[in-house]
Design a protein around this ligand. Structure first.
Ligand code: HEC
Length: 130
C-alpha cells in the first residue's frame, strides 16, 4: 500500500520533470527566422506565388533550382541541378557566390550559423504548399 503510493509519487514527479524540461538549446527557432527573412523580403515571397526581383520561394523544399516558371534565372542557377533541402540551402545562404558561382542573386550571405538555421526552419514552414 505505502509502496504503491510511493511509486505513484515517483511517477508524478517524473512526469512533471518531463513537462518542465527546457527545449534543446540549439533547436532552430522559426519565429526568430522570420525576422532574418526580412533581409530576403525585398526580393522574395515565401508564401505567395508571385516572383519579385527573385523567384517565389513557395514550394522551395524538394524542388530543383531554376524551376519556377516565368522567372528568368541565370544559367549558373538553371544548370546547377541543385535540389533545395535544408542542407543545400544552408550552404547556399552562407555564401551564395561560393556555392553557386555566377548566380545573379545579389546577396552577401548569412554568416551566423544560428541565424541561418532559424531562417531555414522558418522557410520550411512558410514555403510549404499544404
Ligand atoms: C537583391 C535581391 C535578393 C535578395 C536580398 C535575396 N535574393 Fe534570393 N535570389 C535573388 C535572385 C535574383 C535569384 C535568382 C538567381 C539566379 O537566377 O542566379 C535568387 C535565388 C534564390 C534562390 C534559388 C531559388 C530557385 O528557384 O532556384 C533561393 C533559395 C533564394 N534566392 C533564397 C534567398 C533567401 C533565403 C534570401 C535571404 C536570406 C535571399 N534569397 C535574398 C534575389 C535576391
Amino acid at each position: 500500500m505505502i509502496g504503491s503510493r510511493l511509486f505513484a509519487a515517483v511517477l508524478l514527479a517524473g512526469g512533471m520533470l518531463a513537462v518542465a524540461a527546457p527545449p534543446a538549446a540549439n533547436a532552430a527557432d522559426a519565429a526568430a527566422g522570420k525576422k532574418v527573412f526580412a533581409k530576403c523580403m525585398p526580393c522574395h515571397n515565401a508564401d505567395k506565388p508571385q516572383n519579385k526581383v527573385g523567384p517565389t520561394l513557395v514550394g522551395l523544399f524538394g524542388r530543383e533550382a531554376g524551376s519556377v516558371e516565368g522567372f528568368k534565372y541565370s544559367d549558373a542557377n538553371k544548370n546547377s541541378h541543385v535540389v533545395w533541402t535544408a542542407e543545400t540551402l544552408d550552404e547556399y545562404l552562407k555564401d551564395p557566390k561560393a556555392f553557386m558561382p555566377g548566380n545573379k542573386m545579389v546577396f552577401a550571405g548569412i554568416k551566423d550559423d544560428e541565424d541561418r538555421a532559424n531562417l531555414i526552419a522558418f522557410l520550411e514552414q512558410a514555403t510549404a504548399t499544404q
